[in-house]
Write a protein of this length. Structure first.
Length: 255
């Protein structure tokens, strides 16, 4: 008596597959059966032709200009953050301050634009796979430790930066003991970067990635565009083809 695999193979060879039995029979085949029957599209190996191994997350310049050029991709990064903070995003409460001090704190956040800076850091994290907020004190160097006990008399601001403006000396950003450097240039060198004390940095990681990918991103995270860009690329290609067909369909009138 034929085994289930042999029956499936014979049906495929004889062309007796129907809409009702095709999927059921195909699932009975091993990868070796698929290649023996010249049906490679039924094999799991076909998946290797439909994935890409280079990471969009690591292409800083490309992500920057995709964000600049295509509004729909920028919306993917920005809108969820704007919606999350539409009505404030969080409530401020504390047992150690009274209502007047709480009101003053909220007004200070509004005057300093702190919430907008936090939102911007989260948008950069969605676009680039990681970002950070850096606490800047007037008259204090970035490489000095942030003294929370003395912040009451200090004027502080928060600076959002994408992950590519920060350099960490360890291979994993979650590994303690490394040094952080802030840079305004794409090429890093000792005279182009400022050392930043870890107490002044609040990391904002991107989309959590599997371990194999985490190792490539220094454990920051993935860009949210990573998993949708192939679909968006098909949209861009289709639109370009449509424009070309429309251009060819024009009729030139010569007088």
């Amino acid at each position: 008596m034929d085994t289930q695999r042999e029956l499936a193979s014979r049906l495929i060879l004889q062309g007796h597959l129907t809409a009702e039995n095709a999927l059921d029979e195909a699932l009975r085949l091993t990868d070796a059966d698929c290649f023996a029957l010249n049906q490679p599209t039924l094999s799991t190996f076909a998946a290797y032709k439909n994935v890409k191994y280079d990471l969009l997350t690591l292409q800083y310049n490309l992500l920057t200009y995709l964000y600049k050029t295509y509004g729909i991709l920028a919306k993917v990064c920005d809108v969820p953050v704007d919606d999350a903070y539409r009505y404030g995003g969080f409530d401020i409460s504390a047992e150690t301050i009274d209502d007047n001090e709480l009101k003053e704190l909220k007004n200070k956040l509004a005057r300093s634009n702190d919430i907008e800076q936090l939102k911007q850091a989260r948008k950069w994290a969605r676009l680039f796979g990681g970002a950070a907020l850096i606490c800047v004190e007037d008259g204090k160097s970035l490489d000095t430790e942030l003294d929370f006990a003395k912040l009451k008399d200090s004027e502080i601001k928060f600076m959002p930066v994408e992950r590519w403006r920060l350099n960490y000396t360890e291979g994993n950003i979650m590994t303690p003991g490394g040094d952080w450097y802030l840079c305004n240039y794409q090429m890093l060198s000792n005279d182009m970067q400022l050392k930043v004390h870890p107490s002044r940095i609040k990391l904002v990681k991107g989309k959590e990635a599997p371990f194999l990918i985490q190792q490539q991103t220094q454990f920051w995270g993935m860009s949210v565009l990573e998993q949708i860009f192939m679909d968006m690329n098909q949209f861009f290609k289709s639109r370009n083809v449509l424009f070309e067909l429309m251009d060819e369909a024009k009729t030139d009138v010569i007088k």
